[in-house]
Design a binder for this molecule. Structure first.
Ligand SMILES: [Fe+2]
Ligand SMILES: [Fe+2]
Length: 375
């Protein structure tokens, strides 16, 4: 622990730094500091923990608590002035980064019928998961996508994109998920507003879904070499059907139930280079065993109700609630219903963990894989 006015993270363990302060050493540290340098042994145990130590805390954001505040923002600011009218989720441990968990951002965006947000592009990769309303659309590089509840949409890194709601639609709310904190951490974030504020639609509506959305089929001769999926929208109907069919074929995972990853149909890999996403089904009465892994995850309840135990704490959830699991934190999920399935949408930074060789996973071995409750 730190001693005196200067940090000194000592550990009485062979192989770890354990140097006691002396007047001579403290003077030496001052001389190094004047040279913008320092002695590694004073901070080594802090900057190289034995295992990942997330500064994020598990949080459940109840939709019934947030919804009225999200709707109120419509009266308070216009999309023109706000750029994006969004209430973001602010993890108590990550406020300086505006992160919902780890290096992931999440926010709830609302638009009224006839509203249009300005087109823009950024280095952060983005997704949206539609929570309620009819008539929402997104335009990505001239491809217009129509959106319904529980649809999952990509607005990848570098693409021009804008959102709106048709004049004959209803107020729409969706979750925005981005890797803004990660891209800022890497000091690689650019942002641009479209020179015409709005982009032209240059293709038939929903053309990418029509071309790339049939499972196991690929348009002959179609080329796609970008770092993200050409299937920009993953609709709820076929996703839920896929899980129901998967349930006939598999017992699933003891840690996740029936989990299917959204993938880039060209590569079979994640939908974007930095963000992965999945939909999982917990069958009636199913309660998974606990595990932990590197990488942060934000869940949104797409269907049903239940609870998750995260780091020993129980969080009860129902449809449209959002919760997070910080990196290397024990977690397990349970469906509350004995007759209905429950579905959890999730997005994560696992593609980053895998790409950098940092993915690690561990099962909770004791108590038949169930965590004792701490509260
Ligand atoms: Fe954006
Ligand atoms: Fe997990």
């Amino acid at each position: 622990m730190a001693t005196g006015h200067r940090e000194n993270h000592r550990e009485n363990v062979a192989g770890r730094a354990n140097v006691e302060d002396t007047p001579e050493l403290l003077a030496y540290y001052d001389e190094l500091e004047n040279l913008d340098a320092g002695a590694l042994w004073t901070v080594a145990n802090k900057i190289e923990p034995w295992q990942p130590k997330s500064s994020s805390v598990p949080v459940l954001w109840r939709y019934e608590d947030l919804r009225q505040h999200v709707l109120r923002s419509v009266e308070l600011v216009s999309p023109e002035k706000a750029g994006r009218r969004v209430i973001y989720l602010n993890n108590p441990g990550r406020r300086e980064h505006a992160a919902a968990v780890g290096w992931l951002y999440s926010g709830l965006q609302v638009m009224h019928p006839g509203e249009v947000a300005s087109a823009h592009a950024h280095s952060a990769s983005a997704l949206r998961f539609i929570m309620e309303g009819e008539g929402a659309y997104t335009i990505v590089d001239g491809h217009k996508l129509t959106l319904g509840a529980n649809d999952f949409v990509l607005t990848p890194n570098g693409t021009w994109h804008e959102h709106g709601v048709a004049g004959d639609g209803t107020p729409c709310i969706w979750q925005d998920g981005l890797d803004i904190p990660l891209v800022n951490c890497l000091e690689a974030n650019f942002y641009a507003v479209h020179p015409k504020m709005q982009q032209d639609v240059g293709h038939p509506i929903d053309d990418m879904s029509h071309a790339w959305g049939a499972p196991g089929l690929r348009p002959a001769g179609a080329e796609w070499s970008k770092g993200y999926s050409p299937l920009l929208k993953y609709e709820w109907g076929p996703t839920y059907e896929a899980l129901q069919r998967y349930a006939k074929a598999s017992a699933g995972s003891p840690y996740d139930g029936l989990l299917m990853n959204y993938v880039n149909p060209v590569t079979g890999g994640p939908v974007m280079q930095t963000i992965g996403a999945s939909m999982q089904m917990l069958r009636p009465g199913e309660a998974t065993r606990a595990h932990r892994h590197t990488g942060s995850v934000i869940y949104q309840v797409a269907k049903g109700s239940g609870h998750s135990i995260i780091d020993g704490k129980r969080f009860d959830w129902k449809e449209r609630d959002i919760f997070c699991v910080p990196s290397w934190t024990w977690h397990e999920h349970a469906n509350a219903s004995a007759s209905e399935d429950a579905c959890l949408f999730a997005f994560n930074d696992l593609p980053v963990m895998h790409a950098l060789g940092l993915y690690r996973e561990e099962a909770f071995g004791d108590n038949e894989g169930r965590q004792p409750l701490s509260s």
